[in-house]
Design a protein around this ligand. Structure first.
Ligand SMILES: [Zn+2]
Length: 157
């Protein structure tokens, strides 16, 4: 989503000018983050206007906004990066999982066709692979569940 810039919000509040009035209001209607950003700027500018004795630079007010409102859009980007990272992790996990399954299947086939003493000694080794797969699978599920909870909490904060 293309958020309205801080410069646009400042220009609108200070001078009442907008390069693209239609896009600005259309976006604000649909974007809670930008509405919050505008509200935060408005609070600061109103405070500055009502307190004319204070000589504060625009740079200072910007810092206050970041302090007071927090950069929610940065959090949104962080969430996007987390999701991308998670997808990559799951893809890699699935890939490794499939290779291992193929490997197990291959060994299983060999086991069925020729039960030799060499293969019998490999059975504990096979069990260990199964166990590690099971554990990593559970860990991935737990991690996804945890991340889902965190994202859900952040979304409805
Ligand atoms: Zn926005």
């Amino acid at each position: 989503m293309n958020h309205v810039s801080d410069e646009e919000i400042q220009a609108y509040l200070v001078r009442g000018t907008l390069s693209n009035r239609e896009h600005f209001f259309e976006h604000l209607r649909n974007c809670e983050l930008c509405r919050k950003q505008l509200a935060a700027y408005r609070v600061v500018y109103e405070t500055l206007k009502n307190d004319e004795g204070m000589l504060l630079s625009a740079d200072f007010s910007e810092k206050v906004v970041r302090e007071v409102a927090g950069d929610t859009r940065t959090n949104e980007r962080l969430r996007e990066f987390l999701l991308i990272g998670l997808s990559a992790l799951v893809s890699i996990g699935t890939f490794i999982w499939m290779i291992n399954l193929q490997h197990l299947f291959q060994i299983g086939k060999t086991l069925v066709h020729s039960i030799t003493t060499t293969l019998v000694t490999e059975i504990p080794f096979l069990n260990r692979i199964n166990l590690s797969l099971l554990i990593s699978g559970l860990l991935i599920l737990l991690f996804i569940n945890l991340l889902d909870n965190v994202l859900h909490t952040m979304k409805h904060h």
